[in-house]
Design a protein around this ligand. Structure first.
Ligand SMILES: [Zn+2]
Length: 345
């Protein structure tokens, strides 16, 4: 694990951590959170709380305007899931403030990434720069979130499996990016993180302390390595995320990130003929239901996304993966459907 790597944020595990934030955040401070979470956490803050920013938009111009209206503060506390921690990063960047992050679930690697996922006319761009003083992972807080939110965090780690195949494939085909030449050492580094998380799947399913530590340390690596590798995402992202982006684009629906990503891991590894059944079994062991119905879509929508995938990645200039060359057929989709429905029945 990259625990000593300077690129991975200072991360503290413990209990009762939210109540300590008021003692350490420079005064007066701002809390960035979600409206539905605030009633539960408000009692942990004091008279030095200058304002609370509830995340309502991730659109850049609206967000920049809202941030400029906030009172003068000397620190920012990010409290919530991916959106709250991303907006907290954006505020810290725009106002040049120290940042304290307290994720309330382990759904994505956003608490450990330098940039914020901000929308420009609906399109995601990763901008900004924020290194938190610390990321506080409170066992009780994480355990109080819906179990699926935490379990689905494995999507952002299992995705290394499909990403590695895609990077090697692009390299072999002469379709890799010159700025990101295939790097066996980087692949091995990410693979080691994947294996540490893999060994803890029953704990991640149980959302116990060992599972929380394993998952958070995996996400910590994933969040930091994009920067550490020179803004190279090739060892941590591939066809599985592209499937998710295409599904989101075609359906217009909102997802728990790791659910469609895990579905993409299985479908992608099936296209790659790359240990697909092992991946499906791992996803099942972690308790992430990847049946379309479990994420509010239909098999028809998944099938349409698969049929459209090659065109989608080409039109969007996404990097070369198995999606560029795999011919999706109805029998491929029927096989995937039968396997997923059987394993999760
Ligand atoms: Zn992701």
């Amino acid at each position: 694990m990259m625990a000593d790597d300077a690129s991975s944020f200072n991360t503290i595990f413990g209990r009762g951590l939210i109540g300590e934030l008021r003692h350490i955040a420079h005064r007066p401070y701002l809390v960035v959170t979600m409206a539905d979470l605030w009633p539960r956490f408000a009692p942990h803050f004091d008279e030095h709380l200058a304002a609370v920013h509830f995340v309502e938009t991730l659109e850049h111009d609206a967000l920049a305007h809202a941030v400029d209206q906030l009172p003068a503060v000397n620190a920012v506390v990010g409290l919530g899931g991916g959106q709250a921690v991303d907006v907290a990063k954006f505020v810290a960047w725009r106002r040049r403030l120290p940042l304290f992050q307290a994720p309330t679930s382990l759904t994505v690697d956003a608490p450990w990434g330098h940039r914020a996922a901000i929308r420009f006319g609906g399109h995601v761009r990763y901008i900004g720069w924020a290194i938190p003083q610390a990321v506080y992972v409170d066992y009780d807080v994480i355990q109080s979130a819906p179990a699926l939110l935490n379990r689905s965090g494995i999507g952002d780690i299992l995705c290394y499996h499909t990403a590695h195949f895609d990077w090697r494939l692009a390299h072999e085909r002469g379709r890799g990016e010159t700025r990101w030449p295939y790097d066996e050492a980087l692949v091995a580094e990410a693979q080691a993180v994947l294996e540490q998380v893999w060994a803890r799947l029953p704990d991640i399913y149980a959302v116990n302390a060992a599972g929380i530590r394993a998952l958070a340390n995996g996400l910590r690596y994933g969040g930091g390595t994009y920067h550490a590798a020179g803004w190279n995402p090739r060892h941590v992202e591939g066809v599985e995320h592209f499937f998710f982006y295409a599904l989101e684009y075609l359906t217009g629906k909102k997802f728990i990130h790791g659910q469609p990503v895990c579905l993409g891991v299985y479908l992608g590894s099936l296209m790659q003929e790359n240990r697909a059944e092992e991946m499906l079994a791992a996803i099942r062991r972690a308790g992430v239901d990847i049946r379309p119905a479990a994420m509010g879509v239909t098999w028809d929508e998944v099938a349409a996304t698969l049929h459209r995938l090659r065109r989608y990645v080409t039109e969007n200039g996404l990097w070369y993966t198995v999606a560029n060359e795999f011919a999706v057929t109805d029998s491929f989709i029927a096989h995937a459907r039968a396997r997923i429905e059987a394993v999760f029945a």
